[in-house]
Design a binder for this molecule. Structure first.
Ligand SMILES: Cc1ncc(COP(=O)(O)O)c(C=O)c1O
Length: 466
C-alpha cells in the first residue's frame, strides 16, 4: 500500500484543488523529489502540498509549467523591482553574455555599480560585492567583529538575515517554550539543526520596535562591551513586513554609538524603499549596510559597505597585501549580475519610489478594508513602500514585532493558506505567508485585479464556512 503523503494542514479537498490547478507542477515535483530532498533548493519557499513550477515571467505576470498565467505579487520575494524580463535588463544581459559571463579579474561594471551605490546610499563610502544577501550579512558581521575586536552580535527576534550560523537563531521561535525567554529579553533559539553551541554564546536577541527593551538587553553588563554589532532590518520582512518605528532605529543608533557597537542595516529588502534605501527613507544612517535581492535585477548579487575606515579592513593596498579581512569568491562581482543590477538601478528615480509607495499605500488600505469587511478573525495589514503583508490575530491589536504576529496556530495558518490557494485559483501568486510586494510593472488596473480577486477569495471562504 502506498504511504500517505504528509500535506501539512491541508485537507483532501484542498490538495485535490491543487492537483487540478497545476498538474504539471505535481509531475515535476514528483520527479524532483527523486534527486533533491523535498524537491527543491530553497527551504524558505517550501509549502504543501508542493510548489508551483514556473516557466516564464513578464512584467507583473507569471506563467507556470501548465502555461497558466497569473498576476505576481512576489517579484521573486522582493527581488524584482522592475518586474520580470524588463527590456533594459534583458538587453544588458544579452550584451554581457556575448562578451563573457565571468573573468579572472575585475570589470568596468563593478566600478559603475559601486559608484552608483556610493552616490545613492548615504552611509556607503566603499562597497564590496558578493553573491547573495546571506554573504552580505555574513561579511558585514565579520567586518564588525574585526573592526571592534568583539565577538557578540545582536539581532531582533523574528528577523531573517540569511542562512549562516550566527543569523540562524531566533527566526521563528516558539514563545511558549521556556527556552525562548520573555518578550522583553528573548533568548537565542536555534532555527536549524547543525549550529555549533558556541554560536548561542555570541548571539544576543533584542525585541523589535521596543527601544527600552532593546536598550536593556544591549546595555546588560555581559553584552555592552562585547557586542561587535547590532544588525537590524528597517522593515522586518520574514515576520511579515513589519516596519520599524523611526524612534526605535534612532534609539539603536544612539545606544550603538554610546558603546562603540557598529549598527548594521540589513537593506536586502528595504533597498526598495527609496533611492538611498531605508536609511534615506528613515533619515538614519548605519555604520554598515547590506544589500541583495533587487540589487542584482534578478541575478545573484549581494553587497555590503560602509565608511572608508571600516571597509579598509578589506583593502590589500592599505595593508601591504595582507588585509585583516580576506573576502574571496570566484563569482563575486561577476559582470552578468552587475550589468543586470546597473540596468535595474538606472530605471529608478525619486519619482519611481514615490509612485511605488503610493501604490503600496493604496493596496495596504484596500486589503485592510476587505479584511475588516469579510474576515471573521481580526486581521492587520502591515508594510511600507511597495511592501505589504496581512496577519490574522487571535485578538484585535497591532503588529509591531514578531510575537504580535502569533499565534501561528493551525487554524489561522490554514486560513492564510486557504487565501493563498484561493488566490492561485483566481490567477494571483502571493507569498503563502501572506506577504507581497509591488514592482514598477504594476499599474492601477492590475492593483484593481488583485483587490477584486482578494475580495472574492475572502467572500468564498466565508460562504464555505457558513
Ligand atoms: C532581510 C534579508 N536579509 C538577508 C537575506 C538573505 O538573502 P539571500 O536569500 O540572497 O541569501 C534575506 C532573504 O530573504 C532577507 O530577507
Amino acid at each position: 500500500m502506498k504511504k500517505k503523503e504528509f500535506t501539512g494542514s491541508l485537507n483532501k479537498k484542498t490538495v485535490e484543488q491543487f492537483h487540478r490547478l497545476m498538474p504539471t507542477s505535481a509531475v515535476l515535483n514528483e520527479e524532483a523529489r527523486k534527486w533533491l530532498p523535498g524537491g527543491d533548493s530553497r527551504s524558505t519557499i517550501h509549502y504543501f502540498p508542493y510548489p508551483q513550477y514556473f516557466a516564464r515571467g513578464e512584467g507583473c505576470w507569471l506563467w507556470d509549467a501548465d502555461n497558466r498565467k497569473s498576476l505576481d505579487l512576489t517579484g521573486n520575494h522582493t527581488s524584482l523591482i522592475l518586474g520580470y524580463n524588463h527590456p533594459n535588463v534583458v538587453k544588458a544581459l544579452r550584451e554581457q553574455l556575448e562578451l563573457g559571463a565571468c573573468f579572472p579579474g575585475p570589470t568596468k561594471p563593478q566600478v559603475d555599480l559601486a559608484r552608483i551605490l556610493c552616490e545613492r546610499v548615504p552611509s556607503i563610502e566603499r562597497v564590496r560585492f558578493c553573491n547573495s544577501g546571506t554573504e552580505a550579512t555574513m561579511n558585514a558581521i565579520r567586518a564588525a567583529r574585526a573592526f571592534t575586536g568583539r565577538h557578540k552580535v545582536a539581532k531582533a527576534e523574528g528577523a531573517f538575515h540569511g542562512t549562516h550560523d550566527i543569523m540562524s537563531v531566533s527566526i521563528r521561535p516558539d514563545p511558549d517554550s521556556p527556552d525562548t525567554g520573555p518578550a522583553k529579553n528573548p533568548k537565542p533559539v536555534p532555527h536549524v539543526a547543525g549550529i555549533p553551541g558556541h554560536t548561542f554564546d555570541d548571539a544576543v536577541i533584542i525585541p523589535y520596535n521596543d527601544p527600552e527593551g532593546s536598550r536593556a538587553v544591549i546595555e546588560a553588563p555581559e553584552n555592552a562591551a562585547n557586542l561587535a554589532c547590532v544588525i537590524i532590518e528597517p522593515v522586518m520582512g520574514a515576520a511579515g513586513m513589519i516596519p520599524a518605528e523611526r524612534e526605535y532605529l534612532q534609539t539603536l543608533k544612539e545606544i550603538c554609538a554610546k558603546h562603540n557597537i557598529l549598527l548594521i542595516f540589513d537593506e536586502v529588502i528595504t533597498f526598495r524603499l527609496a533611492l538611498g534605501g531605508a536609511q534615506e527613507f528613515y533619515e538614519i544612517t548605519p555604520d554598515l549596510a547590506c544589500f541583495g535581492k533587487m540589487l542584482g535585477g534578478g541575478l545573484p548579487l549581494g553587497a555590503f559597505g560602509g565608511s572608508e575606515k571600516i571597509m579598509s579592513l578589506f583593502d590589500p593596498v592599505k595593508h601591504r597585501g595582507r588585509p585583516p579581512v580576506h573576502h574571496g569568491g570566484s563569482l563575486n562581482a561577476n559582470p552578468m549580475s552587475l550589468v543586470a543590477g546597473i540596468a535595474t538601478l538606472e530605471q529608478l528615480t525619486e519619482e519611481t519610489f514615490l509612485q511605488l509607495e503610493k501604490m503600496g499605500d493604496s493596496i495596504r488600505a484596500s486589503l485592510q478594508e476587505l479584511l475588516d469587511k469579510h474576515s471573521s478573525v481580526p486581521a492587520r495589514v502591515t508594510g511600507a513602500g511597495s511592501l505589504f503583508a496581512f496577519h490574522f490575530l487571535r485578538e484585535p491589536g497591532k503588529v509591531t514585532n514578531y510575537r504580535e504576529t502569533l499565534p501561528h496556530d493551525r487554524e489561522l495558518q490554514e486560513l492564510r493558506h486557504l487565501i493563498f490557494l484561493g488566490l492561485l485559483d483566481e490567477g494571483v501568486v502571493m507569498d503563502p505567508r501572506g506577504a507581497g510586494c509591488l514592482s514598477t510593472a504594476f499599474g492601477s488596473e492590475y492593483l484593481e485585479l488583485f483587490r477584486r480577486a482578494f475580495g472574492r477569495v475572502l467572500e468564498r471562504i466565508n460562504q464555505e464556512n457558513n
